[in-house]
Design a protein around this ligand. Sequence first.
Ligand code: C2O
Ligand code: CU
Ligand code: CU
Length: 437
Amino acid sequence: ARPTAAGHYEVTQRAARIEILPGLTTEVWGYAGTFPGPTFDLRRGGDATIRVRNELTVPTSTHLHGGVNPPDSDGYPTDLVVPAGHPHGHDHGHGGHAAVIHQGAKDYRYPLEQRAATLWYHDHRMDFTAPQVWRGLAGFALVRDEEEDALPLPGGERELPLMICDRAFEEDGSFRYPGRHDPDFMEGVEGDVILVNGAPWPVAEVSATRHRLRLLNASNARRFRLRLDPGGRFVQIGSDGGLLAAPVTHDTITMAPGERFDVVVDFSAYPVGSTVTMVNTLAGGSASNVMRFVVARRAREDSAVPRALSRPPGRAPAVATRTFDFRRSESAWTINGQPYRPGVPLARPRLGTSEVWRLTSDFHHPVHLHLAHFQVLARNGRPPAATDAGWKDTVDVRPYEVVDVLARFDGYRGRYMMHCHNLEHEDMAMMADFDVI
Ligand code: C2O
Ligand code: CU
Ligand code: CU
């Protein structure tokens, strides 16, 4: 996306018909009518304003995931942009909580006083986030800074943001999404086709040198375990919250919805002419096929992964500990027994402090905090996994696990949310407000 003036961008949400499966057309609801939406290339301190126009037939709310933003630009689920002329009666309120309605467009302000990181934006409308993201309302926003510029990491065409998500299709090519009372809805909706940047089983031509892959799991509910075939390593350089202090090497990467992994893969380890596939080992059949890399040509090695990458902010001691239990109760998914009630915060952390949040769970729940970045301290009282490294905003909480995170409440006072990033769970009320005071 190109700015219309310094720091000003405009993007219009609209329906469009595009070819995703060969020979068929799919109606998407996209930012700029594309899926994924345009990638915003932003700079730390860049203070961007993005005017989002809604030319769809439904209300939307845009959230910059991983962003440290003022509360009125954070995509609160009842802070809605309605299409001009839309009768929005039922969006007026929820249990006495009044919605904020913007007619036709809203300016979202992102000060970007935060480290370089792979962020993404997506719809966040109350009760309808899952179907609206499924139809295409999501894209990348990359934040860069001087600390990162100074490193010899692969860049330019050797930097590939990869939005990975699953979708299901009807025979005519349209997206297949179950009704709310379908048994498939409750646990989270999965599709049998994996898309990378909106394309099924794509091929990327790469030169035989290092490439930086910014991996994002943008699925509604599907977890991936990524592996390279015929073997190979992911050198992780960053997490949700930006660069790690030092690289961490993995044979596989497990990604829950909402998580990002910034990794370097060295294609000089493979013969020129060979194909390297990225597979998902958590599924069989078509859902195991993610993408292919064809090592097309030799290349001069012009990048490196330094042993010291960055100086991420340190941890501060926690001033409080709180427990949040993510659990199914009858027909809803709840946090501490409570289905989401906008305007009723479950916690009031103080600005500038850190707290331990203990997350307990009965299922796979990728728990996401708005505003606050955190570090994983422990899983079931034991040290976290290698893939939990760094500052994060989403953590893969697995069935019957107890995950302790240390969250830092920095940036702004006001109302934010924590929720399960299984988007059907989110729509089925697994969300809670917290007020930073
Ligand atoms: Cu990516 Cu509130 O979510
Ligand atoms: Cu978020
Ligand atoms: Cu969940």
